[in-house]
Design a protein around this ligand. Structure first.
Ligand SMILES: [Zn+2]
Length: 458
């Protein structure tokens, strides 16, 4: 029994050894592949970290360092590069992957290099550290807005070049300054420049927002800021006297009316009838009144002037004329000694007077191509949205170009401009593949008319 057992045992051992030997090369091979993938991924993450660690926070971004970093990346990838400055010290880095068919217009992938400042003491990880926690979350200012996207464009190109992909259309990458302070010395000047005209751009991709669910978010328009100040005047008087038409009373009537409008718009969002970007939002930003005294304000005096400031965001779908009428007749009517001025009043139309909206239907092949490319890379797409705030996309739309806002961050809380901004490394890597798919589709796209031309001629 013992002998038999031994024999059986030896037989099994022999089989096991043989099996292991057969499997050995497979195991070695798969271990090598896993290691090389891990190695490649850690290099990708480390390049992202390097970019995040460059302090490009407003109000004094280190553009010199970011420019150097980007030019080095371009060199590694054999991309053509050019640095232009419309305002001294505010460089715009333009990288180019030339296409094989020069008769086709180009693709522009835009990202801004600056970030908003961070209150370091409110962060769990240092905002310039790009530390990775146990869940793989990369913490840094700019991890969502929008150094991720800028680096993902580059990583996608790296991958496509390694496949031997050759774009038909030229592909431009722009890394622009000052988006976070309005883009006036960056894209606003760039979009009207000869450099930009010579690029012959057909479609622009720019930033979007993170999505807390599994659907990526695509933006076809954005709300434009109207910064309104309303002023009231009235007879001054003793603080104990009740009388009509005081400046404060006039102002408060307006504030009450504006507050009701705000609530009615907000109710539409709360009821789920409209998205945040579809309504006109109004928030009071300032309130100025009172007669100063050494200890604060004179308390027994009703002032003769008062003013309030509002940040209003207007979607391009809104009826601007009716809003202007509402403003003049209800919010700051001359009948109540009110006047108003705009600190900023963005346009809702392009240079031809068309609403600043990028079409999301079949009339815009870029939209369809984008959705399909994302799906091809196993991404899901939500309903098209209007971006609630302003981005550089508006300057491209104003010169009549389609521009789509997209940052591939699903299952991610929206933390732009917030404390502890982070992006998960898995999500970041997934985003690279999404851009591989998008660039493949965009850079290969030929309008149907062009293909059929020779046949039509026959
Ligand atoms: Zn941004």
């Amino acid at each position: 029994m013992e002998k038999e057992f031994n024999f059986h045992h030896q037989f099994l051992l022999h089989r096991l050894l043989l099996f292991s030997l057969l499997l050995f090369p497979v195991l070695i091979n798969s271990t090598t592949t896993t290691t090389s993938i891990q190695h490649e991924q850690s290099e990708i993450i480390s390049r992202f970290q390097q970019y995040l660690r460059i302090n490009t926070a407003q109000p004094s971004p280190d553009y010199e360092k970011s420019t150097q970093f980007l030019l080095t990346q371009a060199e590694f990838l054999s991309l053509e590069s050019q640095v232009v400055e419309f305002v001294k010290g505010k460089p715009l880095v333009i990288l180019k992957w030339p296409g094989s068919d020069l008769s086709l217009p180009s693709i522009l992938l835009n990202s801004h290099t600056d970030v908003v400042p961070a209150e370091h003491s409110k962060w769990v990880h240092p905002p310039l550290g790009a530390n990775i926690d146990e869940q793989g979350n990369i913490f840094a200012r700019g991890s969502q807005d929008m150094k991720c996207v800028g680096m993902q464009y580059l990583e996608a190109i790296r991958k496509l070049k390694s496949y031997g992909f050759q774009p038909k259309r030229s592909l431009y990458l722009t890394f622009v300054p000052d988006e976070e302070i309005g883009g006036h010395d960056g894209v606003e000047k760039f979009a009207h420049s000869d450099v930009f005209k010579s690029m012959n751009v057909d479609i622009v991709l720019d930033e979007g927002l993170a999505s807390p669910n599994e659907n990526y978010r695509l933006f076809y328009a954005e709300r434009t800021p109207w910064w309104l100040v309303i002023k009231s005047t009235g007879a001054p008087g003793h603080g104990a006297k009740l009388y009509d038409n005081s400046a404060m009373e006039n102002l408060f009537k307006s504030i009450e009316i504006i507050r009701r409008f705000r609530a009615s718009q907000f109710d539409l969002v709360k009821a789920g009838l409209k998205a945040e970007g579809d309504i006109i939002s109004v928030n009071m930003a300032s309130l100025k009144a009172g007669t100063p005294s050494p200890t604060g304000f004179v308390m027994n005096l009703q002032p003769s002037e008062a003013e309030a400031g509002f940040d209003i965001r207007v979607p391009p779908t809104a009826n601007v004329e009716s809003l202007e009428k509402r403003l003049a007749e209800e919010w700051a009517p001359a009948s109540r000694n009110m006047s108003f001025e705009f600190k900023q009043k963005g346009t809702t139309v392009d240079y031809l007077g068309r609403p600043l909206i990028t079409a999301t239907d079949s009339s815009n092949p870029w939209w369809t191509l984008l959705e399909e490319a994302i799906k091809k890379a196993n991404g899901k797409v939500g309903k098209p949205e209007i971006f609630p705030a302003a981005t550089d996309s508006r300057y491209f739309r104003q010169v009549g170009l389609p521009a789509i806002g997209f940052s591939p961050m699903a299952n991610t809380p929206v933390l732009l401009h917030d404390h502890n901004e982070f992006l998960n490394q898995g999500e970041y890597l997934k985003g690279n593949d999404v851009y591989v798919s998008i660039i493949e589709a965009y850079a290969s796209y030929t309008p149907p008319g062009r293909d059929s031309l020779p046949r039509d001629e026959l």
